[in-house]
Design a protein around this ligand. Structure first.
Ligand SMILES: [Fe+2]
Length: 223
């Protein structure tokens, strides 16, 4: 799992399994969220994207153009994004099936802006690369289904106070500038309100699988 995964610390003073040696929790999110650091100079990209035309989006702004990773200046970042997606494909899916880049755009959040909870329809994996995030705002991933959110929430009636893995409806990822987060496109995610007067600039993209994929006899073939 990415190093930035955090389980909130327990506030309770009751921890009856402290005496058990060699124990450790396994942080588990399904599907996993992966974080990669881009080790090249991306400041020219910040300047390039900042000069593009932005239009109104829900609670923030986004670029009018939706093919940014196909721009010449983005060549290295595009390759990095594809390599990271293939790595995710290999590590998480156990597959080397080729991933294709689809649309790519940038979001700009000024003070008071946020990003509503959403997912990326018609995409396989998605990614977001942080070009500018001086306030170090995190991205939040939400559990998608009622059963994931509430299966353990109804019993027992008396519980310890604090935050526990089974009660986590969401997980926050710190997303400093220069990092790429790759995730399954069906996962709901959002970004909190930009409190400080330091605009946050990110570049997102969607992907698909090279055709054909799936299984003829399993009735899952896409030709
Ligand atoms: Fe998104």
């Amino acid at each position: 799992m990415p190093k930035s995964f955090k389980i909130p610390s327990k506030s309770s003073n009751i921890n009856q399994i402290d005496h058990i040696p060699n124990q450790k929790a396994v942080p588990w999110e399904l599907p996993p969220i992966w974080k990669f650091d881009f080790d090249q100079d991306y400041q020219p990209l910040v300047e390039y994207v900042s000069r593009l035309e932005f239009i109104e989006n829900m609670r923030n702004l986004r670029t009018k153009q939706n093919d940014l990773l196909d721009h010449d200046v983005m060549k290295e970042l595009k390759q990095f994004c594809l390599t990271c997606c293939q790595h995710y494909q290999s590590e998480v899916r156990g597959s080397s099936h080729k991933i294709l880049l689809e649309q790519s755009w940038a979001n700009l959040a000024n003070q008071g802006d946020s990003h509503h909870e959403h997912f990326h329809p018609n995409s396989y994996l998605s990614g977001v690369f942080y070009l500018k995030n001086d306030a170090n705002t995190s991205i939040t991933f939400h559990n998608n289904t009622l059963i994931e959110r509430y299966f353990w929430s109804q019993a027992p009636a008396q519980d310890l106070e604090g935050s526990y893995p089974s009660r986590m409806d969401e997980v926050n990822f710190l997303a400093p500038a220069g990092c790429l987060i790759v995730f399954c496109s069906k996962m709901n995610h959002s970004v909190e309100i930009q409190e400080e007067d330091t605009p946050r600039l990110s570049l997102s993209f969607n992907t698909s699988l090279e055709r054909p994929y799936g299984d003829y006899n399993g009735l899952t073939l896409i030709r």
